[in-house]
Write a protein that binds this ligand. Structure first.
Ligand SMILES: [Zn+2]
Length: 112
């Protein structure tokens, strides 16, 4: 059997185990010592590889008046106001309610 293609150690050397290539053309051999060295090099390169960058934390939700629970109330009031106006009735009380809600929402936002 030919010697190791890397270290040229042969099976005749004490304790050397040769591993044959799967292909016969050309057939090459590697000894168990070279396999261990190669494995150590591969392992080291994996350790040396920089860790995957940690993804940045998700952006906090945009501070918007529309992100507040009062938005649902406001939209309800707007809907009532539009319905009132469409019917030709006086919608000033609905409009006042909308203004009041909007003021509360914007004051809350600015205080933060
Ligand atoms: Zn070898």
């Amino acid at each position: 059997m030919p010697p190791c293609s890397f270290s040229h150690k042969s099976q005749a050397d004490h304790g050397v185990k040769l591993i044959s290539s799967p292909n016969a053309d050309p057939r090459t051999y590697i000894c168990h010592e070279c396999v261990q060295v190669a494995a150590a090099i591969v392992e080291e390169s994996q350790i040396a590889r920089p860790a995957q960058p940690v993804p940045p934390p998700p952006e906090p939700p945009h501070e918007s008046p529309f992100a507040q629970p009062a938005t649902a109330d406001l939209l309800y009031c707007v809907e009532s106001w539009i319905a009132r106006e469409a019917s030709g009735a006086d919608a000033s009380s609905e409009l006042a309610q909308i203004r009041n809600l909007a003021r509360l929402m914007f004051v809350k936002t600015n205080d933060r």
